[in-house]
Structure formats: C-alpha cells, structure tokens
Design a protein around this ligand. Structure first.
Ligand code: SF4
Ligand code: SF4
Length: 342
C-alpha cells in the first residue's frame, strides 16, 4: 500500500468514526463536502472566510418534530414549534452537537470551526449558506420554496455546519428526487412571499439548481406576526404600514449587519409602543424565536404534499393532514386584562 493509499484509508476511518459520533450525539443525518465544491460560491459566502484552512465542510441535520407543527396546523398553539423545533433547536441542540463534534475532531488533531447561522448580510461577520452546504454534503436538495428538503424528513429539519482542516472523502450529491414543483408552498404561504414565476438559478459542483424567488421582506412580515393572516389577535385598527414602509426604506439603505439590527430594534420599539400582547412575550421568551406563520406554506403545505405524493420516506402511521383536513388559523385571544392593548 502506498503512503497516499494509507492516508485515504485513515481518512475513510476518520469519516466513518466521525459520522458514528455525530449520530450518537443527537443528529438525524450528516454528510461531508470537500472545499472544492464551494469553488463557485460568492466570495463573501466562502467557507474560507471563516477558516482559511478548511478542507472539509461537515453538515449535520436535526429533525423538526412533526408533532410540534400540530398546534399550528390545528389552530391552537405556536409555542411547541417555536421552542422545540425553531429557537431551541437552533440555539441549543444543534450548537451542543456541533461543539461536541468540534471537541472530538480537535482531540484527534484537526482544527474545527462550528459555524453560527444568522440572517443578514455578510461580510461584517462571515457566514456560509447552510442550505447550500447541506446540498453540497449530499444530504438533500432545494425545494421550489428555497427550503432544504431531505428524503426522510422532507422540509422538516434544521442544519448545522462545521469547518475542519481534516481531509475527508465527500458524499455524493443527489438532487432532483423530492420536489415535484407542486406549488403548494406558493399557494399556502400567508405572506405571499414565494414567486410562482421568478426563479433563482445556482450551480453546486456541476448540479444545476432552481428555486422560486423569495421576497424576504414579505416573508419576515408574515413570519414575525406583523400581518393579520399570521397573528389574528391583531386588533381591527392595527396599522403598522407606516413603520414597515419606513423600515423598508432604512433596510434598503443598510450596508452592514449592524445597520440591519438597528433597523430591527427600531421596528420592535415602535411596534411595542403601539401594540403589545402577551403572546409576543411567550413566543420570544419561551419559544426563543419568532415563528408566527409556522412555515404554513414552505413547511406544512410542502410536508402534506410530499407525504401524500409518496416523495419522502415517511414512517408515520397517519398522514400529516387527513383527507379533506385544512390548516386552521389560531383564533384571536384577548389579553389577560381583557383588552387588546396594555
Ligand atoms: S410544496 Fe414542496 S414539493 Fe411542492 S413545489 Fe413547494 S417545495 Fe416543491
Ligand atoms: S416562512 Fe411563512 S411567510 Fe415565509 S415563505 Fe414560509 S410560509 Fe411563506
């Protein structure tokens, strides 16, 4: 055996042992992309901005519990989803597993950089696109909705990324097997944020990928509960269009992540001055996140379709939505004080 062959055997063993460790540490899937797969990444999203010695990009996924979506789909509760499948998943469990993995790799002499995921524009703090990393690591594909889809969970997972100087064989990329362009995500999106006509085209390691253009601003409005469709307790005289128009202007001028954060803070301050509901406190503090829309289109409608169409390997005894079952919106609830505002 040549020394190169011996190295390849060691690397193979490292990858197998690493994957076993990841799976034993709470992940539902994991894959590896070599750094060359990011050759065509926009310079500001390149993994080497975070660690210039990166040879491999390790990607892990953790499932969004299907049961955590039930309260949303039956119109009763948002907290379980926000806590267990959104804020808690991103901020606790994914980070714990990534940290444990980093320690495991560094104990074996390989530098490891877990990546923080945030919304905004690089390059104030470098970032990489987690969905692209997951596709590059062979874990699944982009849906038309721009959400990452896997064969086992459909849209229901969140992604963690770690960069390392360990050289490992990349996993094969598999795309084009799950999303069938049914457009249910477009139809059920309460924010009307996914275009049915305009698309974005990218290429990952020679694989051409197309998804619908997402209006991030419209998505954020729906997602953060700033439209009646996603926060039905909003009073009839609710009107924050002036705040949102001003924010839109400010966001267009924003150059850095800090600018964006300042605009967000301003929006919340203005919003709280006018309207406050205990639900906001619950979502933010118990749920650790801000998912009011509960991904009605890009998660729930997509999942219902993929299960029904047999495009994913669902282990569930009952379908996500029974025949004829429609998602219900959460009805208005008055504050403890009996009114809408404090
Ligand atoms: S709902 Fe899912 S399967 Fe249908 S087009 Fe959207 S992403 Fe694709
Ligand atoms: S998170 Fe909600 S508003 Fe945003 S794209 Fe998905 S369904 Fe639409």
């Amino acid at each position: 055996m040549t020394s190169r062959e011996r190295i390849m055997v060691c690397q193979k063993n490292l990858k197998t042992a690493m994957k076993e460790f990841i799976m034993a540490n709470g992940a539902d899937d994991c894959g590896v992309a070599n750094i060359e797969r990011f050759d065509n990444a926009p310079p500001e999203y390149h993994p080497k901005n975070l660690n210039e010695r990166t040879k491999s990009v390790v990607v892990i996924t953790m499932r969004v519990l299907r049961g955590s979506l039930r309260g949303l789909d039956q119109g009763t509760s948002r907290i379980c989803y926000n806590s267990y499948s959104y804020g808690g998943l991103n901020e606790r469990w994914l980070k714990n597993t990534l940290r444990n993995l980093a320690i495991w790799l560094e104990d074996r002499g390989y530098e490891a950089t877990p990546v923080i995921q945030y919304v905004g524009k690089p390059p104030v703090e470098p970032m990489i696109d987690h969905r692209i990393a997951a596709v590059a690591a062979g874990l699944g594909e982009f849906g038309y909705s721009k959400v990452f889809l896997s064969k086992r969970f459909g849209p229901l997972q969140r992604i963690g990324v770690l960069l390392t100087d360990a050289e490992m064989e990349p996993d094969p990329i598999v795309v084009g097997e799950i999303c069938d362009r049914c457009m249910q995500c477009v139809k059920e999106c309460p924010g009307k944020a996914i275009s049915s006509t305009e698309t974005i085209n990218i290429e990952i390691d020679g694989h051409k990928i197309e998804y619908g253009k997402l209006d991030v601003f419209k998505c954020a409005l729906a997602h953060h509960g700033n439209i009646k469709e996603t926060a039905s307790y909003i009073p009839d005289d609710w009107d924050i269009s002036d705040i949102m128009n001003k924010a839109k202007e400010k966001l267009r001028e924003a150059k850095t992540q800090m600018d964006i954060t300042v605009v967000e803070e301003w929006v919340f301050e203005e919003y709280y001055k006018r309207y406050k509901h205990p639900y906001d406190t619950l979502i933010w503090f118990l749920g650790q996140s801000c998912g009011y829309c509960g991904a009605k289109g890009c998660y729930r409608a997509c999942l219902a379709h993929l299960e029904k169409a047999g495009r994913i390997d669902s282990p569930f005894h009952q379908p996500f939505r029974l025949p004829g079952q429609k998602p219900k919106d959460i009805p208005p609830k008055k504050t403890l004080e009996g009114g809408w505002r404090e």
